[in-house]
Design a protein around this ligand. Structure first.
Ligand code: MN
Length: 713
């Protein structure tokens, strides 16, 4: 409830606390009005709107007059020189002054570094608990009003404030069991924190709104029938899930928006625990429920005191609906949390033994043991948001990633360039593979290599949206390049045959006019379609393209494709199975050697040894992950020069070695090298690199073998 006028606040407080000291509230209101006299909010409204709104939120929580007065005064000390904290204490007493001082302290963050500031904020919030929990309640209400009234701030500033709200304030509200405040903080922050995602989700929900409401209304009628059947008192409410909940679901499950069908939620609020179980029983009898999503938080309340039964049913029409069942008391606690237990009449703060405070006590202990604010931030954040991890650069910069994130995710979080060239990672001073999962607190350094590029495989090892998007688009782009080059190759070969056969000549423009007949404005999309097989140069197509020739005369390209078929199977190219490739002549890789693929414009993929000198000169974005096909049976011809002593029987020794290792000699030639040595030029077949290495090792053991020289060709 937004309070625009003091008397509204007064009425509200009196409505739940008839003996409230209204004089005290009036005094606080007057001081606040005076202190903020010449100030305006970012929205251009008079500043007093803000403390009134904060006090209003606290009155929604039905808090005591001390809290409300402190809320009215919460910005006075900070904003006005006339009212130092001593004066507040003189005027309003120690208790109010202590709370105001607590709130003021949290606002004052000394450091400029954003991550340390975040750590400091959390630390201060938690320490404030030791003073009085009401400090936190005011701080939450303060943030709520601020996030509701960001006004004409710069989008990046809004985003920062919104993110901070989602990362710190909402989780703290959750810890205190204050569902209502938590929901509001999230709902107001989300559009600023993730504007694009918000818009997308909102649109997607919009499309389904009518459908969703019909489903919900149908289910409401069914649930009402259950209540009626047992004459139970109860209320049924429903809603489409919030954008932020859907966002989290999308992020967690890595699915796209069209598949988030379970956005429907209903709540049954009954008058007794027995009724809750009766309703649950009936629901489970009537519809199938998803066992993994059935939770009985009534018999086993959450740590923050939350109680409710959750279950998700699937209707006959295959619609998923989440149903929560709780009593009205449980509902009140779920909405208000710790504030629901406020004993304003006794005027004593919160019950000390409230279980919800235990987490804060743990945090305070942790804080005492942790001098470094960043360590402390990590600990608190782990606990506040268990689905996220906090990792650091060696310089101490903090990155917030989803649980399960790997070094690749981290690399992309640092910078797209770093992601696209990451080759390894040093985690906590140890070298690890880039697919290594990270833990909170890890210190990570990414090793980049110019020639290292993303592979489709990486998608299995990343969880963050950013990395998924960037890798997919990289692969998409590369796929395009490959398709175009492959298509171009098919086209060039076919054209070559036609030109040869008919002694024809075509200008670039003539060819362009030809493909226009197939409704391609440019070569590129035509090549791409040829490359992916969406278009074929079959008889029919060729007739359209080259009406000047008789159809049956046209094509002889099958042979060429066939020739390459055998070799296709030697190499696996990253998800493609019929890519044209050739072994690079410069390094002639042999099965088992580390290889890379490189996209050439005219010759498909050329496969080089990773260690090839030429590879270092290539353009990064054209590399492809390739690997040897384990089941192929291809033989690779290798050429060596062996410098040997002129001893009889040495050729015999050489051929014995090759025979021993099941290799065929294709060519062996002996010629004089120097006075007492010969050069044996040898070509032999190997199946893989380990076979070759064994043979070379044996060669070197032959008596009279001076030198084993690998030849390029
Ligand atoms: Mn404020």
């Amino acid at each position: 409830m937004k309070m625009k006028r003091f008397f509204e606040l007064e009425e509200k407080v009196l409505s739940y606390y008839s003996n409230a000291n209204i004089g005290l509230l009036k005094k606080a209101y007057l001081v606040a009005t005076q202190a903020h006299m010449n100030q305006t909010r970012a929205t251009n409204e008079p500043y007093i709107i803000h403390p009134l709104a904060v006090a209003g939120t606290l009155s929604d929580m039905r808090l005591d007059e001390i809290s409300i007065a402190a809320a009215l005064l919460h910005d006075v000390v900070e904003d006005s020189d006339e009212y130092p904290i001593e004066r507040i204490e003189d005027m309003f007493g120690q208790e109010i002054a202590k709370i105001v001082a607590g709130v003021t302290k949290i606002s004052k963050i000394s450091t400029i570094d954003a991550d340390t500031a975040k750590a400091e904020t959390i630390k201060k919030m938690i320490i404030a608990m030791t003073v009085d929990i009401r400090v936190i309640l005011i701080k939450l209400a303060d943030r709520l009003h601020n996030i509701q009234t960001l006004g004409p701030l710069r989008p990046d500033k809004k985003k920062r404030i919104a993110l901070e709200t989602l990362e710190i304030y909402a989780p703290i509200a959750y810890r205190l069991g204050m569902g209502n405040i938590k929901f509001q903080l999230e709902n107001y922050s989300f559009p600023h924190a993730f504007p694009e995602e918000y818009r997308e989700i909102k649109e997607a929900i919009g499309d389904k709104e009518d459908w969703a409401n019909t489903q919900l209304e149908n289910m409401r009628v069914e649930l009402q029938a259950i209540l009626d059947k047992y004459s139970l008192k109860g209320e049924i409410v429903y809603r489409i899930k919030r954008e932020i909940s859907i966002y989290r679901k999308l992020k967690k499950q890595d699915i796209d928006l069209s598949r988030v069908y379970d956005l429907l939620a209903l709540r049954v609020i009954t008058d007794s625990i027995e009724s809750c179980y009766v309703v649950m029983g009936e629901i489970h009898q009537k519809w199938n429920h998803i066992p993994s999503r059935w939770h009985d938080f009534i018999s086993q309340p959450k740590a923050n005191g939350y109680q409710s039964i959750h279950t998700t049913v699937i209707t006959e029409k295959n619609v998923k609906l989440e149903i929560q069942i709780r009593t009205s008391d449980m509902h009140k606690i779920a909405e208000q949390g710790i504030a629901a237990h406020w004993k304003y009449k006794e005027g004593i703060g919160f019950l000390d033994n409230d279980a919800r405070l235990e987490w804060f006590r743990d945090m305070i202990t942790m804080h005492k043991n942790n001098r470094n604010p960043l360590d402390f931030l990590k600990l608190v954040k782990d606990d506040l948001t268990p689905n996220e991890i906090y990792v650091f650069t060696p310089k101490g910069k903090v990155f917030n990633l989803s649980m399960g994130a790997t070094a690749i995710d981290f690399a992309y979080a640092v910078h797209t360039e770093v992601g696209e060239h990451c080759a390894g990672a040093i985690v906590n001073e140890k070298l690890v593979p880039i697919r290594q999962k990270l833990n909170s607190g890890d210190i990570i350094e990414i090793i980049t290599k110019k020639d290292s590029t993303p592979s489709a495989d990486w998608l299995k090892s990343v969880v963050t949206n950013r990395a998924i998007k960037k890798i997919s688009s990289f692969i998409q782009k590369r796929e395009n390049i490959i398709a175009i080059s492959k298509g171009k190759r098919i086209w060039t070969r076919t054209l070559r045959e036609i030109k040869k056969k008919h002694k024809a000549k075509y200008s670039e423009q003539e060819l362009k006019d030809k493909i226009r007949k197939l409704h391609y404005p440019e070569f590129e999309p035509f090549f791409r379609d040829l490359g992916v097989g969406k278009k074929n140069l079959d008889k029919k197509t060729l007739k359209i393209l080259f009406p000047e020739f008789a159809v049956e005369e046209v094509i002889i390209k099958k042979k060429e494709v066939k020739k390459n078929n055998g070799i296709y199977k030697l190499i696996n190219v990253d998800g493609y199975n019929d890519i044209d490739f050739a072994f690079a002549k410069c390094c002639n890789p042999i099965k088992g050697e580390a290889i890379v693929g490189y996209i050439t414009l005219n010759r498909g993929i050329s496969v080089h040894k990773e260690s090839c000198r030429n590879v270092k000169k290539f353009v990064d974005s054209k590399f492809l992950d390739v690997s040897w096909n384990e089941i192929d049976d291809h033989s690779y011809l290798v050429n060596y020069d062996l410098i040997v002593s002129d001893t009889p029987g040495i050729l015999n020794s050489i051929s014995k070695v090759t025979t021993e290792f099941n290799s065929n000699i294709r060519k062996i030639l002996n010629e004089k090298h120097s006075q007492n040595s010969s050069r044996v030029t040898l070509s032999f077949e190997v199946k893989n690199i380990s076979q070759l290495n064994s043979i070379i090792n044996e060669f070197k053991k032959i008596k009279g073998m001076f030198k084993v020289i690998k030849k390029r060709k």
